[in-house]
Design a binder for this molecule. Structure first.
Ligand code: PMP
Length: 298
């Protein structure tokens, strides 16, 4: 799915065939998760390939690396240019780009500043095939921000997401909704969470979440539409009175949440802000004209 015999990727300044790419088993990243990465989408548009918020994604990559004391030599501009070249070399337009930064061979626990910059890309289809997602409140909570930098995209953090996703799947759900250690809603395994209630949207504030780039695009769209967004802590029981809910993320884009546990949201999806934002997000990604609404902020 990720590559075939022709696929080319980037590693430390060189282009190489994916089938020739190798990494060692003695790397610290492999053993302890000390690596950082990004997930970026490219869209085919009338004006060529559009890498959505490329700058912001690479700024976040550099930030994530900094939190782990990893030194990346390339600038944001260089990484963006490499990504465009990578897509062109592989003849990709609608694609997912995965930059991954791993450290050298060293199995101690000393921070390892050595950065190997790997970037690959593949053709992208739908992440979830179901119409509206079924979420389960997870028994796993998000890492405490006193334990690690939860706002950084660090490989090791994702064991938490994997456990939560597995638990949800075993119980027949599509994804997990993770709480923080105080019982407030944080986010899904790999996406941010919004609810609609009494004419406004609510989303958990920064603190226990990865502040998503899709989340900020959606908040910009809300601003343009006159939809009020409250960044506020809330508990799962507050969600039961909500009219609708959705996830945001590079992979899921804007995705309807149909149920949370046994609870089904009151309003048909098409009549929620989520449906409008889903449409507008797709237009922004594809550089199409967006027709904004004029809601009165509640
Ligand atoms: N939270 C987590 C834990 C994620 O992995 C992601 C995906 N990167 C998101 C939120 C959404 O972030 P973005 O919109 O930047 O993809």
């Amino acid at each position: 799915m990720y590559y075939d015999k022709q696929t080319v990727n980037y590693l430390n300044g060189k282009w190489q065939l994916a089938t020739d790419t190798q990494a060692g088993l003695y790397q610290q990243t492999f053993h302890y998760g000390n690596g950082v990465f990004e997930g970026i989408r490219a869209y085919a548009t009338d004006q060529g390939t559009h890498i959505l918020r490329a700058q912001a994604h690479y700024e976040r990559l550099l930030y994530s690396a900094k939190t782990m004391h990893i030194d990346i030599q390339q600038s944001v501009e260089e990484l963006v240019a490499i990504s465009h070249k990578l897509l062109a070399k592989n003849g990709l337009q609608d694609a997912y780009i995965r930059p991954f930064v791993y450290t050298d061979e060293m199995l101690g626990l000393q921070a390892n500043s050595q950065a190997n910059v790997f970037i690959c890309a593949w053709d992208w289809g739908q992440y979830f095939d179901a119409g509206a997602l079924k979420l389960k409140v997870s028994r796993y909570c998000r890492p405490d921000p006193r334990s690690c930098h939860v706002d950084a995209k660090v490989s090791g953090h994702y064991v938490n997401s994997i456990l939560a996703m597995k638990e949800a799947h075993l119980a027949g759900y599509d994804d997990a909704l993770l709480l923080d250690q105080n019982g407030f809603v944080a986010e899904a395994s790999g996406a941010n969470f919004f609810i609609q209630k009494e004419g406004a949207l609510y989303t958990p504030p920064k603190g226990h979440i990865l502040p998503g780039i899709t989340r900020s695009i959606v908040m910009e769209l809300c601003e343009a539409n006159g939809i009020k967004v409250h960044e506020k802590l809330f508990k799962p029981e507050d969600i039961y009175a909500a009219e609708g809910a959705f996830l945001t993320g590079t992979a899921v884009e804007v995705k309807a949440v149909g149920t949370l546990g046994e609870h089904t949201f009151k309003r048909p999806w098409d009549e929620t802000f989520g449906a409008l934002l889903q449409k507008q997000f797709s237009q922004v990604a594809r550089k199409q004209k967006v027709k904004y609404q004029q809601f009165k902020a509640a």
